[in-house]
Design a protein around this ligand. Structure first.
Ligand code: SF4
Ligand code: SF4
Length: 229
């Protein structure tokens, strides 16, 4: 049973996603997933009230929120996968939060959510190395479903709007951010020292968020604050 992109989008938004985007990732998808060249990116907006409580460390509430949102994203991508599969398409869910030991790029999963989000024209990569949504800033979390359902991708990549801002670079307690401005195709290592970030979280925040959350470089971003009333 064929479905249109509009029908799929309606299903995803009615299922609870804050936003959705579509992209052609045939040039970046891993070899073993080559048949699944289209990415469906979904996003959930985080609670500004919870992020506002972050100061020089994450809060227990933020850690719980982070895990709840990841769990919700995994439920949503599962629903999308089932929706597509029932209609005769192949679909593959990327876990909301995944870091595979021994991955070619350390601290990464099967496919980066940020790649699909950027190629879908939903935002850019900030100097904090995070996806910055055009309306909600970095206060979002992403999910991805790869599929062989052909759809018209957006593919209008937004340039960085960080400009002269360096708030996240200055606020990072791990000195993990280089201050470089992102361009399409740039290696993550030119923006973020992922090892320094991870080690800092492990050494300092393990008692709060098992070493997997921080949130400081989300809290300080002016693109997040612009969305607050
Ligand atoms: S998550 Fe924390 S330690 Fe990592 S880059 Fe952001 S501010 Fe720095
Ligand atoms: S805090 Fe400033 S430099 Fe960092 S991601 Fe936000 S806009 Fe870009």
């Amino acid at each position: 049973m064929e479905i249109t992109k509009e029908e799929l989008e309606k299903f995803i938004l009615q299922s609870g996603a804050t936003f959705v985007g579509f992209s052609d990732v045939s040039s970046t998808v891993p070899q073993q997933l080559k048949g699944l060249q289209f990415a469906i990116t979904i996003g959930i907006r985080l609670s500004d009230a919870i992020i506002n409580e972050i100061d020089d460390k994450p809060t227990f509430t933020y850690f719980s929120h982070y895990r709840s949102v990841n769990s919700f994203i995994d439920q949503l991508t599962l629903r999308i996968m089932l929706f597509l599969q029932e209609r005769g398409y192949n679909a593959y869910t990327i876990p909301a939060s995944q870091s595979i030991p021994g991955a070619k790029t350390p601290y990464s999963g099967v496919f980066p959510h940020k790649t699909g989000a950027v190629l879908a024209g939903l935002g850019w990569i900030g100097k904090n190395g995070l996806f910055i949504h055009k309306d909600f800033g970095p206060a979002v979390r992403l999910g991805t479903v790869l599929t062989d359902m052909e759809m018209e991708p957006c593919d209008q990549v937004m340039p960085s709007k960080c400009g002269g801002c360096n708030l996240c670079v200055k606020a990072c307690p791990a000195y993990a951010l280089t201050g470089n401005e992102w361009e399409i195709g740039m290696e993550r290592s030119r923006l973020v020292d992922a090892k320094a970030c991870s080690e800092y979280m492990n050494n300092n925040f393990k008692h709060i968020g098992r070493g997997s959350v921080c949130g400081i470089c989300i809290k300080v971003c002016p693109f997040r604050r612009k969305t607050m009333k």
